[in-house]
Design a protein around this ligand. Structure first.
Ligand code: SF4
Ligand code: SF4
Length: 232
């Protein structure tokens, strides 16, 4: 492969790279190593892959969002313990429409507090929670749809990355596994990896011009289909 950098080395060399380390990283490392119990896996690659989590690719974010639905333990903690959730006006309207309720009545009933920028906060425990399940699942707001993957992403470069959800570590461990396996492939079957990367680039090029939200939705649906758990 000459001087060409491996997939992991390319991630570590990115200008936006921040190492992922500390207690949380150690747990992810342990979990990924248990999942990667397929010899021969280079231990140094697993360490590198954990450290590289400070940078996340768009396709990996989509993979995590799709995986959330499979891994979620339905504990309801994210509906009780986040303090509050942020909801857009259009999202409140969608919920009101879905339940044939007048917008204002719903807003008052859930005590939605306006923030003056077209968004509201709703205090937790969330009034839509039924037992441990979301009572408005199909029309739940974006902040809940992207949880915990989005919270993980925004916190990865922080000193104390987010780790409140039970599936935060397993999600990151899945990304580590993916990266280690790609690294292995780069070493053992570079032509196949190149072919795969080429195919992925072609798929992503078809999404050019779309908004970030639309791209993420399509990518997530693709992963969800692959997991045989279509997004509801
Ligand atoms: S806290 Fe995490 S595991 Fe529990 S319901 Fe929410 S997303 Fe699922
Ligand atoms: S809207 Fe649903 S998913 Fe979001 S916090 Fe409330 S009950 Fe939980």
């Amino acid at each position: 492969m000459g001087e060409e950098k491996s997939p992991l080395d390319r991630l570590l060399a990115r200008p936006d790279f921040k190492p992922f380390s500390g207690r949380h990283a150690f747990r992810v490392l342990y979990m990924a190593k248990r999942k990667l119990n397929i010899p021969p896996v280079d231990e140094a690659d697993v360490l590198k892959a954990v450290s590289s989590l400070g940078v996340m690719l768009e396709t990996e974010v989509a993979m995590m969002v799709a995986l959330q639905q499979t891994l979620c333990m339905r504990c309801g903690d994210c509906c009780r313990k986040r303090g509050q959730i942020r909801v857009k006006k259009e999202e409140l309207q969608t919920i009101a429409d879905a339940f044939h309720m007048e917008y204002k009545r719903l807003k008052d009933r859930v005590k939605a507090t306006p923030l003056g920028d077209g968004t509201f906060t709703i205090a937790q425990p969330c009034p839509f929670l039924k037992g441990n399940m979301c009572g408005i699942y199909s029309v739940r707001p974006g902040t809940c749809r992207g949880y915990p993957a989005n919270d993980l992403l925004t916190s990865m470069g922080n000193e104390n990355p987010f780790e409140d959800c039970h599936i935060a570590d397993p999600l990151l461990a899945e990304v580590v596994v993916k990266r280690v396996l790609e690294e292995q492939m780069w070493k053992q079957h570079p032509e196949e990896l190149k072919e795969m990367a080429e195919k992925r680039r072609g798929e992503l090029a078809r999404l050019d011009g779309m908004s970030q939200a639309e791209r993420m939705k399509l990518l997530t649906e693709g992963y969800a289909r692959a997991l045989r758990k279509p997004e509801k």
